[in-house]
Design a protein around this ligand. Structure first.
Ligand code: GTP
Length: 207
């Protein structure tokens, strides 16, 4: 499920992932909720993602609340050219904590990085926000799924250029596939580490 303020690019991110295209031009706000399916092959296994695109506008909030419960994963977006959308991430996290399953897979995305000249949120700020209270040392990493105080995987994206769009959805699909098909002695898939490694490997957004 895609969540975040209105206009951060949720629909465009989904369309980029599903159809490989960018919805340029006038901005048509999502009304309520919409969804699209996409089948991915992850480690030789076909994974069907049903991706829910929610309306970011406040007036649809009660509609989206009802969908959190059934979400296996959440992509929480802000727009790097819109400081308010970044400042609202804490409120979104509170909402997620209240309505979503405790073990939901969560990833934070800073979208619209193609608009370098309009950027007002630095990558470092996104990283810092995602890291808030990383997993404490006394907590065994293997047992951790997600809790807001533990930090979340983070990457910057662009629905316009396509940067990291495939990666974001593939990482989620891998995590979900590992959770549902984990063999007894198979090591746990570490989403955080995978994302860090792949973002570094792409040569983009190195810290
Ligand atoms: N430059 C740039 N513009 C983008 C990007 N993603 C979306 N946009 C533009 O941002 C505007 C909003 O995009 P949407 O995908 O409709 O936003 P949304 O988050 O789905 O908005 P709601 O449906 O109201 O919640 C549109 O004008 C898009 O063309 C991006 O990566 N780069």
């Amino acid at each position: 499920m895609l969540v975040g303020d209105s206009g951060v690019g949720k629909t465009c991110l989904l369309v980029r992932f599903k159809d490989g295209a960018f919805l340029a031009g006038s901005f048509i706000s999502t009304v309520g909720i919409d969804f699209r399916n996409k089948v991915l092959t992850v480690d030789g296994v076909k994974v069907k993602l049903q991706i829910w695109d929610t309306a970011g506008q406040e007036r649809f909030r009660s509609v989206t609340h009802a969908y959190y419960r059934d979400a296996h994963a959440l992509l929480l977006l802000y727009d790097v050219t819109n400081k308010a959308s970044f400042d609202n991430i804490q409120a979104w996290l509170t909402e997620i904590h209240e309505y979503a399953q405790q073990d939901v897979v969560l990833m934070l995305l800073g979208n619209k990085v193609d608009s370098a000249q309009d950027r007002v949120v630095k990558r470092e700020d996104g990283e810092k926000l995602a890291k808030v209270g990383e997993v404490p040392e006394n907590v065994h990493q293997e047992t951790v799924t997600w809790r807001p105080e533990y930090g979340v995987p983070f990457m910057e994206t662009s629905a316009k250029s396509g940067l990291n769009v495939e990666l974001a959805f593939t990482a989620i699909a891998k995590e979900l596939k590992h959770r549902s098909m984990k063999l007894p002695n198979e090591p746990k898939f570490k989403l955080h580490d995978y994302v860090k490694q792949e973002v570094r490997g792409s040569g983009c957004c190195r810290s």
